[in-house]
Design a protein around this ligand. Structure first.
Ligand SMILES: Cc1cc2nc3c(=O)[nH]c(=O)nc-3n(C[C@H](O)[C@H](O)[C@H](O)COP(=O)(O)OP(=O)(O)OC[C@H]3O[C@@H](n4cnc5c(N)ncnc54)[C@H](O)[C@@H]3O)c2cc1C
Length: 302
């Protein structure tokens, strides 16, 4: 990676390029060192220009709202791309169909659907991520996930080629999408069904209450640390952790939430290394005590 070249390209690329930026403030865990480069494109044109110039010589990570990631303590030796306002549009295509930019929050999409009498997207009001992150993770809750409401996604690959993929051509799985990593989602088309907005509103309130009962709020966390091991056992991962680990387990400021054992928390100044030790310990203990192999849901960025 030639930093001097990238510095010079600031003058003609449509976007903001920052160097040695601290990434703590860009993620819910509030953990991490710096990133060599942070690129915030102002337009699709700017994004494509950057990708064409640097993606083959430069490692790239695309960040959404940072609600499902764990960064390293060491500097990220590449570019973190963060989509901003110009990727956060939302439009009604017809009375049941919405097109939303990748950078808009899932909560805003859910609110927009409610305001236009479209039901089916209520679950998204409980997920603190962006549309882009939701697509990548096939996020979901209360028995609904992205795959149930997506019609198509629009994306650009690291070579700068823009494409649209119909959802029925995508091999979605539990908290994953069967598409390569070198893709940046730009927007998504969602389909719901007509319903009175008051009923939708009531349902959203119900979901919010359920979620607040089950999961901690207003803490530094990245949500579920591990995926539920649905192919190995009917037990939820939080039950396996409760069965296997003393509740006060922690490394430094990295601890397990009292309210939900699969939510790991930075209770102050946890390092990424602390969180990784906790993840490793829990995975090993659960394996020893229950024979179940846990896979992380949170994305480790190194
Ligand atoms: C309190 C809390 C509660 C949560 N509850 C739930 C829940 O109920 N259900 C659930 O499924 N998840 C939940 N999560 C996890 C998280 O909110 C979701 O996975 C969310 O969809 C991630 O979106 P994000 O924008 O924050 O993605 P990030 O955390 O920024 O990134 C996650 C992944 O998506 C990729 N990505 C992000 N944007 C793009 C893009 N534009 N193009 C390509 N790839 C992209 C990243 O590279 C990374 O691999 C919760 C998290 C927290 C903190």
């Amino acid at each position: 990676m030639n930093i001097e070249d990238i510095k010079k390209s600031e003058q003609f690329i449509d976007g903001v390029i920052l160097f040695d930026e601290c990434i703590k403030k860009f993620n819910w865990f509030n953990i991490g060192g710096k990133t060599k480069i942070l690129f915030k494109p102002n337009s699709l044109k700017g994004l494509i220009e950057y990708l064409k110039l640097y993606s083959s010589r430069n490692k790239i990570f695309i960040l959404g709202n940072g609600s499902n990631v764990l960064f390293d303590d060491e500097t990220y030796q590449g570019t973190i791309i963060k989509l901003g306002k110009s990727f956060a549009n939302i439009t009604l295509l017809d009375k049941e169909t919405i097109v939303a930019g990748a950078a808009i929050s899932q909560k805003k999409v859910s609110d927009f659907a409610r305001d236009h009498n479209i039901s089916g997207l209520e679950f998204m009001s409980c997920i603190p991520g962006s549309v882009g992150g939701g697509i990548r993770m096939n996020s979901g809750c209360f028995n609904k996930e992205f795959k149930d409401v997506l019609i198509s996604i629009q994306l650009v690959d690291f070579k700068g080629v823009v494409r649209s993929i119909p959802a029925d051509k995508i091999n979605f799985n539990y908290r994953s999408i069967g598409l390569p990593k070198d893709l940046i989602f730009l927007s998504a088309t969602f389909k719901g069904n007509e319903k009175n907005s008051l009923e939708i509103s009531n349902f959203m309130r119900e979901l919010k209450q359920k979620k607040e009962l089950a999961q901690p709020t207003r803490i530094k966390t990245s949500g579920s640390t591990f995926k539920n091991p649905i192919k190995q056992t009917d037990k939820k991962v939080w039950e396996l952790i409760r069965l296997s680990i003393p509740s006060k387990t922690g490394y430094g400021d990295a601890v397990i939430s009292d309210k939900h054992a699969n939510f790991f928390v930075n209770k102050g100044n946890a390092k990424s290394a602390d969180m990784k030790l906790l993840i490793k310990f829990v995975r090993e203990e659960v394996m020893k005590k229950t024979g179940v192999k846990l896979e992380t849901e949170i994305v480790l960025v190194e």
